[in-house]
Design a protein around this ligand. Structure first.
Ligand code: G6P
Length: 652
């Protein structure tokens, strides 16, 4: 989704903003823009419906300065165009905003009645008006000249003239609301005041030409991190934009405002109570943010999986007791014994990984467990039970629906732990404890390595709970041996890429596909279908193999192939009879599983190394990732930036 980058320091901020925005491209966007304070006390603004590289190359040579704010926009209110792109500028104030202002229409009408003139269709422009007003800027003052200059922006041009004119407006307004002498002063107060009128979600960065030493940022439901540099500071909606410059970050909490200057920052609540933060260290390898010789991040991340699995396991197996040790759970053995039910919540691939997790917990720990889409759970007034362990799953740690589900649970007294990849993020902070995936940043919108890492973490959790409940030491040892075998087995599957690519090329010629699986294979079929849809745009429908005959079989025929998950387990015969049902209708079948199959039953087979039955799903999903990837490549799609999708959905 939208991305924010801001910088305060003595150097020219423009290259930093452009580099930061480029790092956020993976999140998905449709337009981009920058605003910087120039030396003569004005603002320069440049924004357009373009890629970040296009924005950079179209900047006039004199477009330099600082502090500055930058943005990549994902349209919600108003179509993607130059005018709707951020920053939004009103008088001396420029604002970039992620999130959705729910009462924007009402506020806009009120502001218009008071004389404000809007140029865009966005909800975000409301913020710029509110902040400018709260900061003492009045429409009709010399700042109006700026708006005229702003109109030139339609062509994506520079706001030079406006910047110059701003000086007058700025000086006038300083007396009205600003206090440059105080450490934080007028801009922070103006932002605070403006935000009290707003209902909705936001992550914002605000620049005011009258305060050329600071950026004010605020968060409510949309992530904002401060990056601490050497006599310079950064603000970003995603640490990916910061890692090149600093490893020290502070994640703002909801309802917090920060004033950021070159020499430090100050955070407080919306009602002006000072808050404190210990900076945390981002443990990111810079290579994780580059495609490192691969054509796409998706392929790179698929190939990282043997290491991802190793990292998820590292230091967590307690061979002596045939169990797993998960330090951050904050649940002792007695409390674990008292757990009567487990409910796992997540969205998209996190939800499907949660389904794998629920089966693992039920199988190994014999605790009733299920997974549900967090986006549904949060709205259905769920019954929250004291002896249920709730688990929120999220790669980004910022998915709005999952965060809302966590908060709803906490409000009702539920106990929630997290299975999260991105360290220190909102979901991780809201939970009482949990387990990090340690999968490193996932850049491809389509989740691959974090799906696998989540399943591995659930195996550990299931083993841990199982050994506290009734899993025998022998079974514990069996699962541990299976976990040790996983990295090598993933490598073996990756070795079959060429053949899977050939199959994908062929299957990409169909208009869609069925994915079927039974019990352990069912979430894998769902995730496989999701992967294919996301990147190839082919229609893909997942069905429990057992349900095929209850309706969807009507669609099976020579023009609709089926990908069938056929592991070597107690349900193999059942799966084989499903293949027979499909074959009887002349449907093409790609079977993904173990052992050989009668060629009359499956046109093609991808053989996956056999692990323990409970752990097999982890391996079965890997060929489906490769299938989706190569189908998308065959169809010429932009694999890392699939249409209409964002890496992390931080809005409703
Ligand atoms: C978006 C992405 C999905 C992802 C889901 C959950 O919808 O497009 O690929 O699985 O969010 O993301 P999370 O960061 O919470 O795991």
């Amino acid at each position: 989704m939208c991305g924010i980058v801001a910088h305060v320091g003595s150097r020219d901020c423009v290259p930093i903003l452009l580099e930061g925005l480029a790092q956020l491209e993976y999140r998905g966007y449709d337009s981009a823009g920058l605003a910087v304070a120039n030396r003569s006390g004005g603002l320069r603004v440049h924004k357009a419906k373009t890629r970040v590289a296009g924005l950079g190359s179209s900047l006039p040579a004199r477009f330099k300065g600082g502090p500055g704010i930058g943005h990549t926009r994902w349209a919600t209110h108003g179509e993607p165009n130059d005018i709707n792109a951020h920053p939004h500028v009103v008088g001396p104030v420029a604002v970039v905003h992620n999130g959705i202002i729910e009462n924007a229409d009402e506020l806009r009408a009120k502001l218009i009645a008071e004389g404000a003139e809007f140029v865009s269709e966005t909800d975000s422009e409301v913020l710029a008006h509110l902040i400018a007003r709260a900061g003492g800027y009045l429409p009709g003052s010399s700042g109006d000249d700026l708006r005229e200059a702003g109109d030139d922006l339609r062509g994506g041009s520079d706001l030079r003239g406006g910047g110059g004119d701003l000086r007058g407006g700025g000086d006038g307004a300083r007396g009205g609301g600003g206090d440059l002498r105080g450490a934080r002063g007028g801009l922070e107060e103006a932002v605070r005041q403006a935000l009290t009128a707003v209902v909705g979600t936001y992550g914002i960065a605000v620049l005011d030409a009258r305060y050329p030493d600071r950026i004010v940022a605020a968060r409510n439901g949309s992530p904002v991190a401060l990056g601490i540099g050497d006599k310079e500071m950064f603000v970003a909606s995603d640490v990916a934009a910061l890692v090149r410059y600093t490893r020290q970050v502070v994640h703002l909490d909801d309802g917090e405002v920060a004033t950021v200057r070159a020499d430090g920052f100050h955070t407080s609540t919306l009602d002006a109570r000072t808050t404190t933060h210990e900076p945390s260290l981002i443990e990111a390898d810079l290579r994780a943010y580059s495609a490192d010789g691969y054509t796409h991040f998706m392929r790179k991340e698929i190939h990282e999986q043997p290491r991802t699995v190793e990292r998820a396991l590292r230091g967590r197996l307690e061979e002596r007791f045939h169990t797993a040790h998960l330090g951050g759970l904050n649940i002792d053995a007695r409390q674990a014994r008292a757990i009567r039910r487990v409910k796992i919540l997540g969205c998209g691939s996190a939800y499907y990984a949660g389904e794998v997790g629920a089966q693992l917990i039920e199988e190994l720990a014999r605790i009733p467990a299920d997974a549900e889409a967090a986006s549904e759970f949060r709205y259905r007034n769920p019954v929250v039970e004291a002896d249920t362990l709730y688990i929120a799953v999220s790669q980004s740690g910022e998915t709005h629906d999952t965060l809302a589900a966590v908060r709803e649970l906490k409000r009702k007294g539920g106990r929630v732990i997290g299975v999260v990849n991105a360290v220190g993020t909102a979901i991780a902070r809201e939970c009482e404890g949990g387990v990090y995936l340690h999968a490193g940043p996932e850049i491809s919108v389509t989740s691959t390595k974090t799906f696998t890492a989540t399943c591995v973490v659930f195996s550990l959790l299931a083993l841990h709970l199982g050994r506290i409940h009734d899993l025998s030491p022998a079974d514990g040892a069996r699962v541990i041996a299976g976990l040790h075998a996983l990295p090598g087995q993933v490598t073996e599957i990756l070795g079959q890429e060429e053949r899977i690519a050939e199959l994908a090329k062929d299957l990409a010629g169909y208009h869609g596909m069925f994915f079927v699986g039974r019990v352990r294979g069912w979430p894998i079929a769902r995730e496989g279908a999701q992967k294919l849809k996301e990147v190839s745009y082919l229609h893909a429908e997942a069905y429990p193999a057992s349900e095929l005959k209850h309706g969807p079989l009507a669609l099976v025929g020579p023009d609709l192939p089926t990908v069938a998950i056929v592991p070597e387990d107690e349900l193999r015969d059942k799966n084989i009879s499903t293949l027979g049902e499909i074959k009887a209708r002349r449907g093409r079948i790609l079977a993904v599983g173990h052992g050989t199959l009668d060629p009359r039953l499956a046109d093609d087979v991808v053989e996956v190394p056999k692990n323990e039955p409970e752990l097999d799903p982890i391996l079965l999903s890997v060929p489906l990732q490769l299938l989706a990837y190569h189908a998308a490549v065959t169809l010429g799609n932009d694999v890392d930036k699939p249409r209409n999708l964002a890496k992390s959905v931080t809005v409703e």
